[in-house]
Design a protein around this ligand. Structure first.
Ligand code: PLP
Length: 405
């Protein structure tokens, strides 16, 4: 048979993050010892009271279909969290529970974009977004941010990219991969640009609690007119170490939430009933388990920034949120080693993997080809070992190169 695929399937690029994860797993199965700094998930277990809630759900028989939009109880728990932590009022009708925040972003894009619409996307950005925008028939319009400004978004530059086709701004705060946290003033300015040009804001705020500086509000909380056009995306994966439970949510204008629910009804239906039940326990948590994890991430963050900045040829902008650090490795482009040349960040990542078994994500995945992304969602001991190995690998490279200054 001629396995002809749809245009959609043929033009969608494989997700580099997932490919890298598969590669790491295969290498580990073959016996290779690796330190994985590519993973975007907390190394902590799901807090025990949340895990018990999941067990209780199974034993009580909460194992059936739920409403597509999610149970009323979990949507109410989301509303209570938004009121308690963000001073935002939503009703359960304005909330949809999704199979991870990823599905919420995808369904939001599918709900608001027509063929050829443009979505403004600050870069570096999470590797999934450009393909998700394209999958929705729209076009990502990149808005560059600079490492010298710690990847803060320049609102004039954002405004300059608006055309008659612009439909939405897709914002991540705190940011993956840069760890940048936008301040309230910038968020407000972005919000007002959206108001002025009648644009949607898709605000992916999944790293909300992983902010090691001053607390910033959710963009929807900044004014009623901003809220009226914002689809707030969040989820339990990162803050509660629940990546495998696959629970995310979106809240926003009723027509959009309804459209997202209809789209969901034809793909996954409701997210896991067990996950939803456990999510109620998580969302009721007023922050004890989150605080403990955040404290630990912050220690690792400070350690990693200090160490990376002390390695010759590497530099990293300040990162105040999420659990990632972008490291500029362009100093090493053009250097050679026995098996080849390091021409770009993919080669650099390959070299670290090959030479010392440290797995990092090449910046190409985030539209940042001079960088690699390090995740510090791994123990301090592992980070210490990784730093020593990176130092060793680079000093070896230095010895074999002639073109390093
Ligand atoms: C910015 C951002 N949004 C969403 C997600 C996906 O989250 P979830 O596990 O809830 O689908 C990630 C995961 O890496 C992310 O970095």
């Amino acid at each position: 048979m001629n396995y002809q695929l749809s245009h959609r399937a043929r033009t969608l690029n494989p997700y580099i993050g997932a490919e890298l994860r598969d590669k790491v797993e295969a290498l580990r199965r073959s016996g290779r010892k690796l330190i994985a700094l590519n993973v975007g998930e907390p190394d902590f277990p799901t807090p025990i009271h949340i895990a018990y809630a999941g067990i209780e759900a199974i034993i009580k028989g909460v194992t059936k279909y739920t409403p597509v939009q999610g149970t009323h109880d979990v949507r109410q728990a989301v509303c209570d969290k938004l009121k308690r932590d963000n001073d935002l009022s939503y009703s359960p009708e304005e909330v949809v529970i999704t199979t991870g925040a990823k599905q919420a972003v995808a369904n939001a894009l599918l709900s608001i974009c027509n063929e050829g619409d443009e979505v403004l996307l600050p870069i570096p950005c999470w590797g999934s977004y450009p393909e998700m925008i394209a999958y929705a028939g729209a076009v990502p319009v990149f808005v560059e941010t600079e490492p010298e400004q710690d990847f803060q978004l320049n609102v004039e530059r954002l405004a300059s990219k608006i055309t008659s086709r612009t439909r939405a701004i897709l914002l991540t705060n705190p940011n993956n991969p840069t760890g940048t946290v936008l301040d309230q003033e910038t968020l407000y300015a972005i919000g007002m640009i959206a108001v002025r040009h009648d644009l949607y804001i898709i605000a992916d705020e999944i790293y909300e609690y992983l902010n090691y500086g001053e607390k910033v509000p959710l963009i929807a909380a900044l004014s009623e007119e901003i809220k009226a056009r914002t689809i707030t995306i969040n989820g339990l994966s990162k803050a509660y170490a629940m990546t495998g439970w696959r629970i995310g949510y979106a809240c926003g204008p009723l027509p959009v939430i309804r459209a997202m629910t209809v789209i969901q009804s034809y793909t996954t239906s409701n997210p896991s009933s067990i996950g939803q039940y456990a999510a109620i326990a998580a969302l009721k948590d007023e922050g004890d388990s989150v605080q403990e994890m955040t404290k630990s991430f912050d220690e690792r963050r400070q350690y990693l920034i200090r160490e990376i900045q002390s390695i010759r040829g590497l530099s990293c902008p300040n990162a105040r949120g999420a659990f990632y650090l972008m490291v500029d490795v362009s100093h090493y482009f053009g250097s050679v080693y026995e098996e080849g040349t390091i021409a770009d960040s993919k080669d650099f990542a390959e070299y670290l993997l090959h030479q010392v078994g440290v797995v990092v994500t090449p910046g190409d995945m985030f539209q940042a080809p001079q960088f690699i992304r390090l995740s510090y969602a791994t123990s301090l001991a592992q980070l210490q070992e990784a730093v020593a190995l990176i130092r060793a690998a680079l000093s070896l490279l230095k010895m074999r190169t002639e073109n390093l200054k």
